[in-house]
Design a protein around this ligand. Structure first.
Ligand code: SF4
Length: 258
């Protein structure tokens, strides 16, 4: 059975000759998650992902990728139009799928921006990254037939095979200031989180401290977060990890462009 390509199929637009990336949106907001939560940032959301989490909060970069090919210069110009911004978040989708992300990060560093890359941690690239925000995906993310938003279940096996790459995780942790950010659906996720953290600690040369392990409640609406955030906060205290909010959901209910 054919499956959708990893690479964003964003219509008939062919990539231009210049180095380019498929961009879903560029917008200015507050970083909602992680150790820089609350920091004004320009978000560059890249289209295309090598995974298919059933709860993906950027559906139009993964399950149905949309956007337009922009050259690196066009992206940097768009970022610069938000004059107050000093932080840029390269997110997706999975921005590390594309070699061109390295060139974009080089240019952003040259312009003096602090950069965060939000990644699922399955691909390592040598790039100018100030903070690698790594979100390893747990078993609970797998789009089984019952959970697949398209109801087809065709991605379950591929997602399951790809979602954890300990070598890539260790390389990212060793190369960059980083945080391991887990989307938590409930207490049943904790043994797997402990196991992934231990595997990364064993494989990496860098020490991964507990306050670099972040627990974030799953939930794309305020109502969903209301039902889960306190339980996840309690788990953070019990295990000694850091809790992270989802400010963009709390403030704006995850509306597009937030
Ligand atoms: S890895 Fe991230 S962008 Fe990709 S499907 Fe999962 S949540 Fe969506």
């Amino acid at each position: 059975m054919p499956v959708a390509s990893d690479i964003a199929d964003i219509g008939s637009d062919a990539p231009p000759d210049a180095a380019a990336l498929p961009v879903n949106e560029v917008f200015y907001s507050l970083q909602g998650e992680g150790t820089l939560a609350g920091t004004p940032s320009v978000f560059v959301r890249i289209s295309g992902c090598n995974l298919r989490c059933w709860f993906c909060d950027s559906y139009h970069t993964s399950w149905e990728p949309t956007g337009a090919w922009l050259s690196i210069d066009e992206i940097v110009d768009e970022v610069a139009s938000f004059e107050a911004a000093e932080h840029v978040v390269l997110t997706g989708g999975e921005p590390m799928m594309y070699e061109e992300s390295v060139g974009l990060l080089d240019e952003l560093a040259e312009q003096g921006y602090h950069t965060t890359v939000e990644t699922n941690g399955t691909i390592y690239r040598d790039a100018q990254i100030d903070l690698a925000s790594i979100s390893p995906k747990l078993t609970s993310s797998t789009p089984t037939a019952e959970r697949d938003p398209k109801g087809e279940g065709e991605w379950a096996e591929r997602h399951e095979q790809r979602r954890i790459d300990v070598d890539a995780l260790a390389d990212l942790v060793d190369a960059y200031e980083s945080q391991l950010k887990f989307v938590v659906t409930g207490v049943d996720d904790m043994p797997e989180i402990e196991d992934v953290v231990e595997q990364v600690r064993a494989a990496a040369e860098t020490t991964v401290s507990n306050d670099e392990v972040l627990l974030m409640p799953e939930g794309m609406t305020r109502e969903a977060l209301d039902a889960r955030r306190n339980a996840v906060a309690e788990l953070a205290m019990e295990y000694g990890y850091r809790y992270t909010p989802r400010l963009h959901v709390d403030l704006w209910n995850d509306a597009p462009g937030t």
